[in-house]
Design a protein around this ligand. Sequence first.
Ligand code: BTN
Length: 239
Amino acid sequence: KEIEFYEEIDSTNIRAKNWSKEGAIEGSLVIAEKQNAGRGRMGKQWDSPKGEGIWMSFIVKPVMSIEKIPQLTILAGLSMCYSIRQVTGLDIYIKWPNDLVVNNKKVCGILCEMVKVKDELVVVVGIGVNVNSKKFPDDLSHATSLYLEGKKLFSRESIIKSFLRRFEENYKIYIETGSLMNFIGDYKNYCINLNKQVKIIEGQQEFIGFVRDIDQEARLIVEKEDGSLISILSGDVSV
Ligand code: BTN
């Protein structure tokens, strides 16, 4: 596997997208100490100070249809959840679709982006984990780090290694079975949204619902206030 390491970069996702156009093979990984233009979902910025976290992106070339890409993000989130639990012993949970939280505060986010390279579909999976950050700006009160929650410093390398091993294993199973069926049980165990109220923001619309279930494709089954059920595909909305 090929790895690129940067002391400083705009965004590892941008680099991974460009690298894939230059012919990077599946599994290629970009890691940075610091990002100057880290991006989160929905165009938000993602703070990535030097040495404080895991800022990385890797390239997957899945032989699957575009609609299944959100499932890949679910798999990456679940894999990271297992790994952080294993390395830190902290009680990490998943906030649907793939934020990882401790004590309801966010420690990890995932941004998957797709690129077409000569008719081939390439997915860049970008993961940010706040590992050893000691404080956050006031406007990031919903954010935390593994250090702040576990009260000790953790090895970024151990988490990355554990994650890569696990994701590779899980990805193989996912491709073989063509579905998330082997993972949804664990996903549901770790997901904090199940049987809770949620506010769904869909474009300009906002509504309150109750999460009744999470289906085999990791869609939320939400009961609206009028009693009707709808299913929400990860990737479409934020909770
Ligand atoms: C989110 O909004 O929750 C997703 C955050 C994703 C951040 C990671 S850090 C490494 C990679 N490079 C980026 O610019 N973003 C992702």
